[in-house]
Design a protein around this ligand. Structure first.
Ligand SMILES: [Zn+2]
Length: 248
C-alpha cells in the first residue's frame, strides 16, 4: 500500500493519474480538513487514507472522459480504496461551487475589481487512463478566450488577465443573483446578499461593467477563502474578464 505525505492510497490510482498521482494526492489532501468518515479534524501528521470514485464516460463527440471524486479519511476510519463505474448518461452531473471577492488595483488601490471564482465538482478530465489528460472545464474556458495563469498571486493575475471572448457574459440582477453564461449555457450562479457590506461592494464594482472570473480545476474553497496555489502549479488555473450586464 503506497503512502504519499501520510496518505495511504490504492496503487491502482497510478494507472489513471500517471505522473500526476503524487500531485493529485497532495491537492486532495490540502483541500480536506475533516475526515470524510467520522467528520473529526484530520490533524497534523495523522495517518490518512484516500478513497477515489472514478466514473468513466464519453462526451457528445465520443471522447472518453473521467471524473474523480476523492475523499480523505483517518486511516483508522477507512482503508484506502478505488472504485470505477461507467456513467449512465453521456455526461455525469457536475455541480459548481464558488466564492466572490473584491480586489483593488490602480496607483492608490482605488479601483475595485469584482471577482467571481468557481470550479466544477467533481473535476472532469478527458483522456485515456494513464495518458495525458485535459481538464474539461479548463479546455472549455480556454476556447472562450480565458488565459492560463501559472501564478496564484492576485497581483499578477490582475496584471495579466485578458478579456474573454464575447461568448462569456455575467448578468447581475437587482436582487443580487449573479449568473455566468458561456456560449449560452449557465456555468455558475451565486446569490449575493444586498444587505451585506462585502456583497454590496461587489455589486457596486460590477456596475462598472466587468467581472474577473477565476476558474479551473483544483481550486480549493475553504471557510477562510480561496486557495489557488495547487491549481497554478498543476496548470489548471484560468482567468478572464467578462462583461457584466444588469439582468432580471
Ligand atoms: Zn475519521
Amino acid at each position: 500500500m503506497p503512502v504519499t505525505s501520510n496518505v495511504a492510497w490504492d496503487e491502482r490510482l497510478e494507472a489513471y493519474k500517471g505522473r500526476d498521482t503524487a500531485h493529485y494526492i497532495e491537492t486532495v489532501k490540502a483541500s480536506a480538513s475533516r475526515c470524510a468518515a467520522c467528520r473529526l479534524p484530520l490533524g497534523a501528521g495523522a495517518a490518512l487514507s484516500l478513497t477515489v470514485d472514478i466514473t468513466e464516460g464519453r462526451d457528445l463527440d465520443g471522447i472518453p472522459s473521467l471524473t474523480f471524486d476523492a475523499a480523505v479519511c483517518h486511516l483508522q476510519c477507512q482503508e484506502p480504496g478505488l472504485w470505477v463505474s461507467q456513467a449512465s448518461g453521456v455526461m455525469r452531473d457536475l455541480s459548481s461551487c464558488g466564492a466572490r471577492m473584491v480586489l483593488s488595483r490602480g496607483p492608490s488601490g482605488t479601483m475595485n475589481i469584482p471577482v467571481l471564482a468557481y470550479t466544477l465538482v467533481p473535476n472532469m478530465v478527458f483522456g485515456e487512463p494513464g495518458g495525458e489528460m485535459t481538464s474539461a472545464l479548463v479546455a472549455l474556458l480556454l476556447q472562450h478566450g480565458f488565459q492560463m495563469s501559472l501564478s496564484a498571486s492576485y497581483t499578477e493575475i490582475l496584471q495579466r488577465a485578458v478579456h474573454a471572448r464575447d461568448t462569456c457574459t455575467c448578468t447581475v440582477a437587482a436582487g443580487g443573483a449573479v449568473q455566468l453564461h458561456v456560449d449560452g449555457f449557465l456555468m455558475h450562479s451565486q446569490q449575493l446578499d444586498t444587505t451585506d457590506p462585502n456583497d454590496s461592494l461587489w455589486l457596486q464594482a460590477a456596475g462598472a461593467g466587468h467581472v474577473l472570473v477565476i476558474s479551473g480545476d483544483n481550486l480549493t474553497f475553504t471557510e477562510t477563502g480561496l486557495e489557488l496555489a495547487a491549481a497554478a502549479r498543476l496548470g489548471t488555473l484560468v482567468t478572464g474578464f467578462v462583461p457584466a450586464f444588469a439582468g432580471h
